[in-house]
Design a protein around this ligand. Structure first.
Ligand code: HEM
Length: 419
């Protein structure tokens, strides 16, 4: 059973600040995410702790659990990107991989971040993404067609491993014969966000070298002969003469593959698992495909693929009755926020018709997922096709899961379905 899918308990959060007293992190309740109890089922632990306090401490970080505080802190300039810091903690502090990650959007802060973001964000607005929808729908149909006759599938190998990477490759203008290579590089790069990077360094470095060479050629080719694809669009993107440098462009494109592939395939898999547990919601989606937009938001709220994101506090941060000391690692629990009873009625319920507060699995603030409109469109196009073509679904065996704590992006490695 996926740990992220079984949050059930409901307790109210009390106000944090008491009589204007500011408490320090060492007074916060302690949570050990590395403990067996937490690994087995974090849900009751998080619910219990959040009912006492929106802030907890772990062996390595301050842990933020309340929706309001997670939302505020994601926009707080006193907190900076933790990605280079997390890489250094795992022994990677120089070389191609470090340079690439350190120049990725998610690693940049302040004006450096805002400059690149403003150059590229136009390519990811809802309007920019809209024209890709028919191709997404056709692709989902085509992939389902390959296995629909069998009455069962292994959802990862049969659908999820293909759909988002092919969308991404089409978007970048990567020819079909290279999709598999891209998928392999994407698989390897996913370790960058995990706490197991040091175990996979050779694999990651090899993928990176292959990807960098490929992207350099692709960029050079599009500079010579621009097309109607994202690479050409990003080469041309500019404001007042400002342009992305070749290095920035390479880091951005690598970052898009890295940020956009593994997330979406696992989010789709989590959606299918959740719908297996709630067949009436699946039926509803098949009957009323117009519900797909709220359905995607509700899936991402209840079973978000990214449970936690991290920041470093560069000065003391005082907020709602607590002080987080400078240079703390701050873990912002998107999943605890998404189940906060202070923000969501029946927070562990799954109802695609419920009008809810915005879920936080795409983050918030300046680093709010650049690809959110694309990922939404991908899922909004795929799920109705799956609901219509597969009909009622059920697990056809026990899914196998990635480890929860060491993986930045959570999901199944095998998901056998019957339909
Ligand atoms: C279900 C799918 C996805 C989820 C759940 C997701 C989630 C997130 C989250 C939580 C962040 C912010 C992390 C933080 O603040 O620390 C983020 C950032 C980002 N995402 Fe996504 N993402 C998804 C799909 C995509 C796709 C399809 C793309 C690109 C095509 C993409 C590109 C990015 C980029 C470039 C950033 C960095 C933005 C910045 O730092 O300004 N993501 N994503």
């Amino acid at each position: 059973m996926a740990v992220g899918l079984c949050w059930r308990r409901l307790e109210p959060s009390p106000p944090a600040a008491q009589n204007g007293v500011v408490r320090t992190l060492d007074e916060a309740p302690f949570v050990d995410p590395f403990s067996e109890e937490f690994q087995a089922d974090p849900v009751p632990i998080i619910d219990r702790v959040r009912a006492r306090s929106w802030l907890a401490r772990t062996p390595i970080s301050a842990l933020v659990l309340g929706r309001e505080q997670v939302h505020k802190l994601l926009s707080d300039p006193r907190l900076r990107s933790a990605l280079p810091h997390l890489m250094r903690l795992q022994g990677v502090n120089e070389g191609e991989l470090y340079d690439l990650v350190a120049s990725a959007l998610l690693s940049l802060d302040g004006a450096d971040h805002a400059r690149i973001r403003s150059l590229v964000s136009r390519a990811f607005t809802p309007r920019a993404v809209e024209p890709y929808r028919p191709a997404m729908r056709a692709l989902a149909e085509e992939i389902v067609e390959r296995f629909v006759g069998a009455g069962e599938c292994e959802f990862m190998a049969d659908f999820a491993d293909h759909y988002p990477i092919e969308v991404m490759c089409q978007l970048l203008g990567v020819p079909p014969e290279d999709h598999l290579r891209f998928a392999r590089w994407g698989d390897a790069l996913t370790h960058v966000l995990s706490l197991e990077l040091s175990l996979h360094l050779d694999e990651v470095n090899e993928a990176l070298a292959g990807l960098n060479d490929y992207l350099a050629d692709l960029i050079a080719e599009r500079q010579r002969r621009p097309r109607q694809d994202l690479v050409s669009q990003l080469i041309a993107a500019g404001d007042d003469g400002d342009r992305l440098s070749p290095l920035e462009l390479g880091a951005l494109l690598g970052g898009l593959l890295f940020a956009g592939y593994d997330t979406t395939r696992n989010q789709l898999a989590l959606a299918m698992t959740l719908f297996c547990e709630h067949p009436e919601q699946w039926r509803l989606l098949a009957e009323r495909p117009e519900l797909v937009a709220p359905a995607v938001e509700e899936v991402m709220r209840v079973a978000g693929v990214i449970a936690v994101t991290a920041r470093v506090a560069v000065e003391d941060v005082e907020l709602d009755g607590w002080r987080i000391p400078a240079w703390s690692l701050v873990s912002l629990s998107l999943s605890a926020a998404n189940h906060d009873p202070a923000a969501f009625d029946d927070p562990h319920g799954f109802d695609i018709t419920a009008g809810r507060e915005q879920q936080l699995t795409f983050g918030a603030g300046p680093h709010f997922c650049l690809g959110a409109n694309l990922a939404r469109a991908e899922m909004q196009e795929a799920l109705p096709v799956l609901a219509r073509r597969l009909g009622p679904i059920a697990l056809a065996g026990e899914p196998q899961w990635r480890p929860t704590i060491t993986t930045g992006i959570f999901g199944p490695t095998r998901l056998p379905l019957r339909f």
